[in-house]
Design a protein around this ligand. Structure first.
Ligand SMILES: Cc1cc2nc3c(=O)[nH]c(=O)nc-3n(C[C@H](O)[C@H](O)[C@H](O)COP(=O)(O)OP(=O)(O)OC[C@H]3O[C@@H](n4cnc5c(N)ncnc54)[C@H](O)[C@@H]3O)c2cc1C
Length: 340
């Protein structure tokens, strides 16, 4: 039976929850290790609104959906199964884990690789969400080149926003920093001023657009500050609520930029048998870093399974040896009793 044919009632070596860059690269490593692997994917990668993936060697500018389609084909080439669906619960059973899907189906695996990414919580400003990933951006490395030399606004959301403004300043001379609802410390104000970044105080009430392009930032006093694009730092929350009962609650990321599920550099979580990769554990990981983390976790899971199989093989061999020895002893004893 190929893994494509397995689902309910079948046990996989590994279930990968989430089929973005991290999950697919993890599944690729596992498929190439001749592991039965199933990817369950809800189909909402973080960068879906973006027109292209940037900063990715060999695939620079490729549309996100196209990149994932290539990845899915590569996983299938090595026998990996990919299911569209959403995991809503996970629990342990005698030999591993059971995951429950939103459609009520269940699947079993010896190990779990969680690569569910994050949800970006955005400031509640009218017009902002509609432009997310296009006119409203968050990452100078993902979209900075595309908006170079434009009139860029920075909508402050916290202590990292001044740093973000300085990064975008590398790409344009025309940066306006909107304090919005935040306080701007004096040292950061001095740094912004030193690099020619204008600070505008006051609450932002709307992002104005025309023909689906940003035209300006509206303030509560009615002022419109003309801008062509806006940078904002989202609060990134790991998609992993279904892991809480297994002992993996969300934790604050050290940066303050969101909530993640911690893992070691190899992807190992605090719960044996569960591994994590990509944005779910590191919200700053870009596509290349997420894919690399998935590949690392996939290789580590295979090594963990091999270690388990070695232990089982040794135990089986020893019990056979013990059995054979006792049978020989019985035979020898029987022969001597019969005077042979
Ligand atoms: C607007 C925007 C533009 C970006 N542009 C770039 C760029 O140009 N270059 C770059 O390198 N990075 C970019 N990034 C960052 C990039 O999106 C991430 O690095 C990357 O998506 C992380 O990959 P991942 O596999 O960890 O998560 P994701 O790509 O988010 O994939 C997670 C997958 O898991 C699925 N999932 C979630 N929960 C469940 C569940 N319970 N059951 C089943 N499936 C589930 C989701 O639907 C999704 O398909 C951008 C981010 C944003 C927000």
């Amino acid at each position: 039976m190929t893994t494509e044919q397995m689902r309910d009632g079948q046990k996989y070596d590994v279930i990968v929850v989430g089929g973005g860059a991290a999950g697919l690269n993890g599944a690729l490593m596992l498929g190439r290790s001749r592991r039965s692997v199933a990817v369950i994917d809800a189909g909402a990668p973080r960068n879906a609104p973006a027109e292209g993936v940037h900063g990715l060697l060999g695939r620079e500018g490729m549309p996100p959906a196209e990149l994932l389609e290539l990845g899915r084909a590569e996983v299938r080439r090595y026998g990996g199964a990919i299911f569209d669906g959403e995991v809503v619960a996970a629990s342990r059973d005698d030999t591993g884990f059971v995951v429950t899907l939103a459609d009520g189906g269940t699947m079993h695996a010896r190990r779990l690789l969680i690569t569910t990414g994050v949800v970006d919580r955005l400031p509640d400003v009218p017009g902002l969400r509609e432009q997310w990933g296009r006119g409203v951006v968050h990452c100078p490395y993902c979209h900075g080149w595309e908006i170079r030399d434009q009139a860029i606004g920075i909508l402050a959301t916290g202590p990292m926003s001044a740093h973000s403004a300085q990064l975008f300043r590398q790409l344009s001379d025309d940066i306006v920093y909107f304090t919005h609802t935040t306080d701007l410390p004096a040292d950061q104000a001095a740094e912004l001023a030193a690099r020619g970044i204008r600070v505008v105080e006051g609450t932002v009430t709307a992002i104005e657009t025309a023909d689906d392009h940003i035209t300006g930032v509206r303030l509560s006093d009615g002022t419109l500050v003309p801008r062509a694009s806006l940078a904002v730092g989202p609060y990134a929350v790991a998609r992993g609520e279904f892991l809480t009962d297994l002992g993996l609650p969300l934790a604050q990321h050290f940066s303050g930029a969101g909530e993640h599920i911690p893992a070691d550099p190899f992807g190992r979580s605090e719960v044996p048998g569960i591994w994590l990769a990509g944005n779910v554990t590191e919200p700053f990981a870009q596509v290349g870093a997420s894919a690399a983390a998935g590949a690392m976790a996939g290789a580590q899971i295979n090594a963990d399974l091999v270690a388990e199989e070695v232990r089982t093989a040794v135990a089986t061999r020893e019990s056979f040896s013990a059995l054979a020895e006792s049978e020989v002893a019985e035979l020898v004893g029987g022969e001597s009793r019969h005077g042979l």
